[in-house]
Design a protein around this ligand. Structure first.
Ligand code: NAD
Length: 487
């Protein structure tokens, strides 16, 4: 059976999902298919009143349903049923995602959907295992740390992996006993809406999962600033993350998890397996058209192997061709929008004007979709635009080093610290790199997340605050209360 489908066939139902029901809303923002540029749907923009309604409904549902105080295994079981339903509706969800986003139907079925279901199961299983603690006190006293859900968590997700980001945010918040009001990216709302609808079918009480549609300045702002939002969980750009911090600071004090941008280095030492390193580097920058927060966009190679590595990279980067996201054989993603592609190109042009040499790429692909050629730039200094800025496209820079100290100095980015890759066969050098590189994740002789959801993900510096995934994400959705009893 082929996974290819007609992009006009999915039903792009678009309204806010509040209290377990859809609310019709006028589409305001027009949406284009990134694979071929065709306009296909619209997205409404929830104003402060709609957001207020969703938060009130969520708050009431969280209290009245007993979701936060029930036997935790009941939450586990409902979340496990949700994960099963997501897998049973994999094709429908993948189709809703493949048309508006840069995700490809084949990758969605093999990756995103299965991973989302697994992540929900991971957090479901924590609900009846993670608790507080009894602490040491004097014998005539009893000390406890108990944990409780926050109440209503606001979640805001980007367009680059809409379904799995929705899973990252909702699963730990729900497992920990909270209700959620989620605002997906205005460009990719459809699969998230269907996922929310399935939560009710799974037995998660209506009102626990709510989705409001809209942009950042109107809907996002109303949501993060709402007085009954007890915690904010955001994934997106560093610029939007700092706007959210400022808005929250203006309207109250609440904890925030911020998963933000990156400019991650991949350091290749002279003793590395070059075929492996080239393969990992090329895959990391080609995957989703370079539109991944952890894209390893800065290659830092020892001068003795830099030429061989760049030859290998040029060959691997020449391979992908443009294709439609809804055709099974497509392997290369477009930029999300014409605007994003124009931004990628203008950053590449700025880099060239500042002295960068083009080894391959540096222009749009000849296709009606928003495709950009995989691009490799060299002769770039630390303050070149292509080294400094998160391009969020298929653009790699190549810098060289002589000594280990030079390698680690180049790996250090003034702003970002999300992830890093290190390629070497020397175990002590590999272990040293753990402390020499400031990043929330280090991959050695590999690049990219595995399906081990126990490993938290999050950034150092302006790449973020707090962690998604792992036990950390579960605990970030509960607050602790200290109790001391005189016996
Ligand atoms: P974006 O910041 O433009 O938008 C992300 C979300 O935030 C969208 O839903 C948007 O509507 C909303 N938003 C924007 N401004 C807002 C505001 N002032 N208040 C509230 N909400 C607001 O990011 P994007 O272009 O959708 O996604 C790409 C960015 O996301 C990249 O920078 C990428 O590195 C980052 N990202 C990070 C991670 C991570 O785990 N660190 C994962 C995926 C993406």
């Amino acid at each position: 059976m082929t996974l290819s489908f007609d992009p006009a066939s999915p039903s792009f139902r678009c309204g806010h999902f509040i209290g377990g029901a859809f609310e019709a809303a006028e589409p305001v923002l027009s949406l284009h298919r990134p694979s071929d540029g065709v306009e296909f749907a619209g997205c409404p923009v929830a104003d402060a009143d709609v957001v207020d309604k969703a938060v009130r409904v969520a708050r009431r549902a969280q209290k009245d349903s007993g979701w936060g105080t029930c036997r935790p295994r009941e939450r586990t079981n409902a979340l496990l049923r949700w994960a099963d339903l997501i897998e049973q509706h994999a094709l429908e969800l993948a189709q809703l995602e493949a048309v508006p986003s840069t995700r490809l139907i084949g990758q969605l079925i093999a990756g995103d959907i299965a991973v989302t279901a697994e992540q929900i199961r991971f957090f479901a299983e924590l609900a009846d295992k993670e608790g507080g603690e009894v602490v040491p006190t004097a014998g005539n006293q009893f000390g406890l740390i108990v944990t409780e859900p926050y109440g209503v968590v606001a979640a805001i997700t980007p367009w680059n992996f809409p379904l799995s980001m929705a899973g990252w945010k909702m699963a730990p918040a729900l497992a920990a006993g909270n209700a959620v009001v989620l605002k997906p990216s205005e460009m990719t709302p459809f699969a998230t809406l269907r996922m929310a609808e399935l939560s009710v079918e799974a037995g998660i009480p209506a009102g626990l999962v709510n989705v409001v549609l809209g942009d950042g300045p109107v809907t996002g702002n109303a949501l993060t600033g709402h007085p009954n939002i007890a915690k904010v969980s955001f994934t997106g750009s560093t610029g939007a993350g700092s706007a959210i911090m400022a808005n929250v600071a203006r309207t109250g004090i609440k904890p925030m998890t911020l998963e933000l941008g990156g400019k991650s280095p991949q350091v290749v030492f002279a003793d590395a397996d070059l075929a492996l390193a080239a393969d990992c580097i090329a895959r990391s920058i080609l995957f989703n058209g370079g539109q991944a927060c952890v894209a390893g966009s800065r290659v830092i190679a020892h001068e003795s192997i830099a030429d061989e590595l760049s030859d290998r990279l040029i060959k691997l980067m020449a391979q992908p061709g443009p294709g439609l996201g809804w055709e099974e054989e497509t392997t290369y993603s477009p930029c999300i929008s014409a605007r994003q592609r124009a931004r990628v190109h203008s950053l590449v042009q700025a880099a060239i004007e500042e002295g960068a040499e083009v080894l391959t790429g540096a222009r749009d692909m000849d296709h009606p979709g928003y495709f950009y050629q995989p691009t490799l730039l060299t002769n770039v200094s630390q303050d070149n635009t292509a080294v400094r800025e998160e391009v969020f496209g298929p653009v790699l820079t190549l810098q060289t080093f002589g000594t280990e100290d030079e390698a680690f100095a180049l790996a250090d980015h003034p702003t970002y610290g999300l992830a890093a890759g290190v390629y070497t066969r020397d175990v002590s050098r590999a272990l040293k790199s753990l402390h020499r590189i400031e990043a929330g994740t280090i991959w050695i002789n590999r690049y990219g997340r595995s399906r081990d959801h126990i490993l938290p993900t999050g950034g150092y510096k302006s790449s973020g605050i707090g962690k998604d995934l792992g036990r950390d994400a579960y605990h970030a959705n509960r607050r602790s209360k200290s109790v001391l009893i005189d016996l």
